[in-house]
Design a protein around this ligand. Structure first.
Ligand code: ZN
Length: 139
């Protein structure tokens, strides 16, 4: 059996994130506890810096889909159907879930999500139409 691949964040992130969280809490405390008056320019500047830092981190290091299998923990999840964003299976073990969302995986794999969304909408309309026909024929 292979050891699960390490998915912990990097050391720099492990050090920086608690400091960012503490700075955020500190800024909120300064903002809330300050008796009367408008928030100080330091607080406003801190909030603006954190906002731009958040945007910068999001742009430079965008989120990636978690491909870890819930059963064997290997990063081997793939979409069951390449034309659908619903349903995941593991290529390392026999795990699969036909109702799991695969939008994050599709977002990484595809150039654009619109064709996939339109296909899903078409399938849903067909299923709904088939259901409505059955309901109408009963009357
Ligand atoms: Zn698996």
């Amino acid at each position: 059996m292979q050891a699960p691949k390490k998915t912990e964040p990097g050391l720099l992130l492990q050090i920086l994130m608690p400091l960012v969280m503490l700075a955020s809490v500190g800024l909120v405390l300064v903002l809330v506890v300050r008796p009367g008056g408008a928030p100080s320019p330091l607080v406003i500047g801190g909030i603006v810096v954190l906002l731009f830092a958040w945007i910068g981190v999001s742009v430079l290091w965008p989120a990636r889909a978690d491909r870890s299998c819930p059963d064997c923990k290997q990063p081997a999840l793939v979409r069951i159907d390449p034309t659908s964003a619903v349903g995941l299976r593991c290529t390392a073990c026999a795990w699969n879930d036909t109702t799991a969302s695969g939008w994050y995986l599709a977002e990484e794999e595809l150039e654009a999500l619109e064709p996939l969304a339109l296909e899903q909408r078409r399938r849903k309309a067909l299923a709904k139409g088939a259901g409505m026909d059955t309901g109408n024929s009963a009357h």
